[in-house]
Design a protein around this ligand. Structure first.
Ligand SMILES: O=C(O)CCC(=O)C(=O)O
Length: 248
């Protein structure tokens, strides 16, 4: 992580306003290059040559466990949600170019999975590569978090082997139709940036098909407001993770 880890991370009024308007906020340089490299090396060692999405690296890998409970990430999540946000799950994307086992994501909102009270579930994504439209950066519909939860089409997201091990992902998410008046933008962000996103913000990511060998590794971490119920899920098997007190 960046310096002054113990210092409370206070968002500016502009940052809070931008989140309230758009339904997401990018905070650049929140995690140091060294920490990103440690996460990448631990993920790569764990996966070996099995390059696909992984649920819940924070249960298997110490550096990811430490990330999901990092104070400065919790400080920001707590301020944006005005609640003590409790970690419950994560998913890692290698985003290897032209990988048949990874297929991006459909236009969707996220709470179809956790089924928490509307607005409770919260998404925090750390970019482990620089990312733009050429390597499958996140596309968002700014302001769509104000639409509430939209009807969706249920589709299969993951494939597991007979031992329950994930071996492939289909395009992630349960697709929603985009209401009139909402347009997408594809974000651009750098390694070490963290995206904080309302769970009703409609988003997607293209399959990474660049020919230049640009990966788009990213860890998505998921939180709910303290005390709120959520569905564990047969695949994600979400569980409450202990964290410290709310600091801001
Ligand atoms: O592939 C991505 O970066 C997007 C993943 C996603 O949309 C999700 O996990 O909800």
């Amino acid at each position: 992580m960046a310096d002054n880890e113990d210092q409370i991370y206070s968002l500016s009024d502009d940052q809070k306003r931008s989140y309230q308007t758009d339904g997401f906020l990018i905070v650049p340089n929140l995690v140091s290059m060294e920490y990103c490299d440690k996460l990448i090396s631990d993920a790569t060692d764990f996966a070996k040559d099995e390059i696909h999405n992984y649920l819940n690296f924070h249960r298997d890998i110490d550096s990811f466990r430490s990330l999901i409970t990092k104070e400065r990430i919790l400080d920001i999540a707590d301020q944006l949600q005005n609640a003590r946000m409790v970690p419950i799950g994560s998913i890692f994307f290698f985003g290897k170019p032209n990988n048949p086992l990874e297929n991006g994501s459909l236009t969707h909102q996220d709470n179809y999975a956790a089924k928490a009270p509307s607005g409770s579930y919260f998404v925090v994504a750390l970019a482990l590569d620089d990312c733009d439209e050429f390597n499958g950066a996140l596309t968002v519909y700014p302001g769509s978090h104000t639409l509430g939860e939209l009807p969706y089409t249920v589709t299969k997201n993951f494939e597991f082997d007979e031992n329950g091990k994930m071996i492939k992902n289909f395009p992630i998410g349960n697709e929603v139709q985009i209401p009139d008046g909402h347009s997408p933008i594809t974000l651009k962000y750098f390694k070490g940036s963290v995206i904080f996103m309302h769970s009703n913000t409609i988003h997607s990511a293209s399959k990474n098909i660049n020919q230049e060998g640009m990966w788009r590794k990213k860890i998505y971490m998921h939180y709910v407001k303290d005390g709120d119920p959520f569905w564990p899920g047969w695949n994600a098997k979400r569980q409450i993770i202990d964290r410290g007190p709310r600091r801001i």
